[in-house]
Design a protein around this ligand. Structure first.
Ligand SMILES: NC(=O)c1ccc[n+]([C@@H]2O[C@H](COP(=O)([O-])OP(=O)(O)OC[C@H]3O[C@@H](n4cnc5c(N)ncnc54)[C@H](O)[C@@H]3O)[C@@H](O)[C@H]2O)c1
Length: 380
């Protein structure tokens, strides 16, 4: 987009969950505040519909941990148990973190963990979320709750609807990919993106590309395994097996989708993708191990073993900076419901899985404020 078309209004975002992912996002907004070049290293799209990263403003933050509630955002993002890498120590104070609604956001297991590895509940009275969202004129509510927060996610999604705010669901509770929830957003005339962030260069996109590469080159995939280890609270929270289930499903969706799109059945017991263990010393370093067993010409065996090592939370922040801007542009264009292309590009479980190139093309169109055929169907 030409510089003269650059938009001067900020995109106002509200946050649920002042954890590691939000720490990276908030630091990143400051880190990239002067970046308006056509290419910004570390960011997929410098300009989306006239918006740069610096056009995003955080206007409200909700959490339930006593080390964060009542503190300024600039202080809370560095409070325990957050371990995200500090690459931008000087950040604006930002809004004071308000008390959220606990519901099922915090498990007994996380309360029993040592303080630096678990959660500690604040006793403050929960804020009126709908009122706060309206008062601070939020455009988008971003959900960064712990995995397994079904009731809490539904509570905040409903608050977004009631306040007339778009929703970005970064976690594996199925909202954008659930037709009943999508309909509620359509009825309210709002767009949403979800579910469960697909990091910038993370295990999901790497698994997808390897699976696509095998199929595009005519190979059969007999086995695809993706093991993940990490040391942040997200990994610790997923030590509770009942909370982990949706994450495993979401991670496997990414790989399975590439079979489904092509009508290739997934052989039984041939797929595993999920968090495998929690090793606190890794902190925010996530390590993923891939093992693919393929069959080529004449059934010749082909094996791929790969290892990916990333900073988990920073890896998610660039994607969120993009998803925020897609949502805002979509809203301005009058698009409602779950955005197909941006959800497939930025999330593991979108309402509609796409091939890499197709999702990218949809996002490129929206970045230029063009309405692709699928987006035209979603106009108000
Ligand atoms: N690359 C990534 O890191 C990545 C990728 C995909 C999805 N995700 C998902 O994003 C989510 C956030 O990840 P994270 O690393 O920031 O987690 P985190 O554990 O660091 O942060 C979660 C925050 O939510 C707060 N919280 C708990 N219950 C709450 C409630 N009811 N209301 C308000 N706040 C509440 C906690 O106090 C904590 O500050 C997780 O579900 C994770 O699986 C992360």
């Amino acid at each position: 987009m030409d510089k003269q078309n650059h938009i001067t209004d900020k995109i106002k975002v509200a946050i649920v969950g002042c954890g590691n992912c939000f720490s990276s996002l908030y630091q990143g907004l400051e880190y990239y505040k002067n970046a308006d070049a056509e290419h910004i290293p570390g960011i997929m799209w410098a300009d989306i519909g006239g918006y740069c990263p610096r056009d995003i403003e955080v206007v409200a933050v909700f959490d339930v941990d006593k080390r964060k509630v009542g503190k300024s955002t600039g202080e809370a993002i560095f409070a325990e148990p957050n371990v995200a890498r500090i690459f931008q120590p000087d950040v604006p104070a930002g809004p004071v973190v308000q008390m959220g609604h606990v519901l099922d956001g915090v498990s007994d297991y996380m309360l029993e963990q040592p303080a630096e590895l678990g959660f500690r509940l604040a006793t403050a009275k929960p804020a009126d979320v709908v009122h706060v969202l309206k008062a601070c004129k939020a455009d988008i509510l971003i959900n960064y709750l712990p995995v397994g927060s079904q009731k809490a996610t539904e509570f905040y999604a409903q608050a977004a609807i009631d306040a007339g705010v778009a929703f970005l669901n970064c976690i594996p509770v199925f909202i954008a990919s659930n037709p009943e929830w999508e309909q509620k957003f359509i009825d309210a005339g709002l767009p949403l993106v979800g579910d469960d962030m697909r990091s910038q260069l993370g295990a999901s996109v790497l698994s997808q590309i390897l699976q696509e590469l095998a199929f595009d080159r005519g190979l059969a995939v007999d086995f695809h395994q993706q093991l993940n280890i990490g040391g942040n609270t997200d990994f610790n929270n997923m030590m509770v097996q009942t909370r982990l289930a949706s994450k495993k499903k979401s991670k496997e969706n990414v790989i399975r989708a590439q079979n489904d799109i092509r009508g290739i059945p997934v052989p039984e017991h041939s797929l595993f993708a999920g968090p495998s263990t929690y090793l606190p010393y890794l902190k925010d370093n996530k390590v993923a191990y891939f093992n693919l067993r393929l069959r080529g010409f004449g059934d010749a065996p082909v094996t791929i073993d790969a290892k990916l090592s990333v900073q988990d939370s920073e890896n998610s922040a660039g994607v969120v900076i993009d998803a925020i801007r897609y949502l805002q542009v979509a809203r301005e264009l009058g698009v409602v419901g779950a955005l197909r292309g941006p959800s497939a590009w930025t999330q593991k479980t979108p309402p509609e899985q796409m091939m890499y190139a197709a999702a990218k093309q949809e996002c490129e169109a929206l970045a230029h404020r063009q309405l692709s055929a699928s987006v035209r169907k979603q106009l108000k």
